[in-house]
Design a protein around this ligand. Structure first.
Ligand SMILES: NC(=O)C1=CN([C@@H]2O[C@H](COP(=O)(O)OP(=O)(O)OC[C@H]3O[C@@H](n4cnc5c(N)ncnc54)[C@H](O)[C@@H]3O)[C@@H](O)[C@H]2O)C=CC1
Ligand SMILES: O=C(O)C1=N[C@H](C(=O)O)C[C@H](O)C1
Length: 260
């Protein structure tokens, strides 16, 4: 789903290259100039044999799993269609509202869904470490999450930053919504003790970088992840797609897939 996108093209190559997976269908949005064209030629190479379509239900009928890096509205609707078709759904999309997340959770009552704001092993390990460090340190250590992404990214904070924020809040035994400080500007007053701050850099071709800073008196601890190749996320998504084949209905995360 979203075959022509930055992640979509990465996934086409990876699914084609893997002996464990076969690309059954490729979907783009209505009106996209790839529709009706051979996938390989649309990607600027040799003919592939698959034609790009906007027929979602037709694509689902030919598939065991759909890998989806698109937009929140597309992923929410697809979660229900995939569940109805008995097709597992790997969701990499970020930027969901609370209502979107509730709708996906509802689809997960009958469908098999793996959803993660970051599909990489390294970030999911960082999520575990963030929770551990936050639980070990008191609120005299101020937590700030800094993320940097390419100039085309449309949502902030990133899905990964929110995963890290949730982990830090869980480590402290509080709800993220109650402590998140997502935008500072002007005379903000001194920092509230226990707040978790978010900062988003956008520019150039950053793939994705995340720092979780624990700033105390006389010392700072910084947990950092740097993605240097988008294929990292695609590999995680394909791993999730294979894992989901033997999963019971439910909504899962990459922590489940990776056994972390
Ligand atoms: N979870 C993870 O590990 C990662 C998540 N992402 C997230 O994935 C999403 C996509 O990222 P990019 O590939 O960089 O964006 P992109 O904008 O390059 O690709 C999105 C694609 O979805 C297509 N699309 C839109 N509406 C559609 C519809 N109705 N049917 C089919 N296709 C449709 C667009 O035409 C486009 O090709 C973002 O939310 C991003 O934050 C990105 C990288 C890693
Ligand atoms: O949009 C991106 O590019 C990325 N999005 C994900 C996020 O929002 O955290 C994952 C990765 O950082 C790249």
């Amino acid at each position: 789903m979203g075959a022509s996108g930055r992640m979509g093209q990465m996934l086409v190559r990876l699914v084609d290259d893997s002996a464990e997976t076969t690309l059954a269908a490729v979907v783009e949005r209505a009106g996209h100039d790839w529709l009706g064209r051979d996938l390989g030629q649309a990607m600027g190479g040799a003919a592939h044999g698959l034609v790009v379509t906007d027929d979602v239900d037709g694509a689902l009928a030919q598939s065991d799993v759909v890998i989806d890096f698109t937009t929140p509205a597309v992923s929410v609707a697809l979660a229900h269609r995939a569940a109805a078709a008995g097709v597992a759904h790997v969701i990499g999309t970020t930027g969901f509202s609370d209502e979107d997340l509730a709708a996906i959770a509802q689809a997960g009552q009958t469908g098999r869904i793996v959803r993660a704001g970051n599909m990489s092993l390294g970030v999911n390990l960082l999520v575990k470490l963030t929770r551990q460090v936050a639980a070990a340190l008191g609120t005299e250590y101020d937590i700030e999450i800094v993320e940097a992404h390419h100039r085309h990214k449309v949502d902030a904070p990133s899905g990964t930053a929110l995963m890290l924020g949730e982990a830090a809040a869980a480590g402290r035994g509080v709800a993220l919504d109650a402590v998140a400080d997502r935008a500072r500007d002007g005379i903000t007053g001194a920092r509230a003790q226990g707040a978790i701050g978010f900062h988003a850099i956008r520019g150039g071709d950053y793939i994705g970088e995340h720092d979780v800073i624990f700033a105390g008196e006389g010392e700072r601890i910084v947990l950092r992840h740097v993605a240097s190749d988008r294929a990292l996320f695609a590999r995680g998504a394909v791993r999730a797609a294979i894992w989901a084949q033997s999963a019971a209905p439910g909504e899962y995360s990459m922590l489940d897939v990776l056994g972390l």
